[in-house]
Design a protein around this ligand. Sequence first.
Ligand code: ATP
Length: 363
Amino acid sequence: MAGIELSGLSTVYPNGVRAVDSLDVRITDGEFFALLGPSGCGKTTLLRTIAGLEAATEGTVSIGGRDVTRMDPGRRRVAMVFQDYALFPHMSVAQNIAYPLRVRRAPRARQREAAEHTSASLGLAGLLDRRPGQLSGGQQQRVALARAIAMEADVLLLDEPLSNLDARLRLEARTFLKRLQRELGLTTVFVTHDQAEALALADRIAVMESGQIRQLGSPKEVFQRPGSTFVANFIGSTPMNLLDGVVRDGAVEVAGARLTPPAGLTLTDGAPVIAGIRPEYLSPGPPGAEGIAGTVSIVENLGISSLVTLECAGGVLVGMTVLEHDEPAIGAAVTAVPQPGRLLLYGGEDGLLLGEAEVLAEA
Ligand code: ATP
């Protein structure tokens, strides 16, 4: 069992930056866990603190039930793959992969066997005698992964290991990484600033900001129900609509529509609120349908679907994803109808989720 438990964990740099700020997280054995967030939010520092490459200032790190907070990196049984794979240029692929075993003075036959075994599962057989300089970027990245796996660690820590690959290779490597992680059942913590990658790979995602976790949940949870406008803005290939509204007579007025507030919630008249809905959860309805009415101003091709931008009351722009055969004409009057349960309200000041709203039928 190699779950990871972080309790009250903070990592403060000597210059006073609290890169990791009082985190409490339990990562279960065999879980694929993504750390997602903007540049500088503390992802790499957290990974390095788990590995023992940065010292925790407060709190504890446990791996597999052992408190490793003060333990040397080499004794934590973690393998880490960095952004720049850091392969040894003068060693062959086989020697690179077997390096962790050589350091541990494993017998030569055992080293060769490990190199052959892991390289085969990574599609590197036939390349074992090459030097890193004679490999493509994707192949080098797989060698770095193979080396990490050959360590027979309990935990795999990955710091943007796919970031140097071109878009196509990145997709292939992503699929491959997910399959490999499943097969090995290795507890994996994966740092990325690419929300699509986190959504595709992770069992759970921690969205970080300023050293803290803003939301922790499955990819579905963070996509469908972002807990704040910060998370809403960060997740999704097409940006979520976040529309300014105001409370009037117990309802929320936004872009010419009136919304019922979340059940059981009384909002103060005049309070600012933000209505959030993803373009994917809106579909085109006829004028008069229960939704947000507007005029089609832009249609952008996304492949099998299009992102349609409606200009609504007060010049508010609302994005809506439609399938190719439903594409409306520029200038057409269209109502964007939300899927039930997908229209969310956030506090206008703190940006925190208040709950679900519904569009009120016109009186
Ligand atoms: P990126 O996506 O850009 O790699 P990140 O989320 O991994 O960013 P970190 O590298 O963990 O962020 O940095 C978190 C904060 O700590 C940042 O404000 C950064 O400037 C600061 N920081 C990182 N390393 C050090 C250091 N050695 N000394 C002082 N401050 C540091």
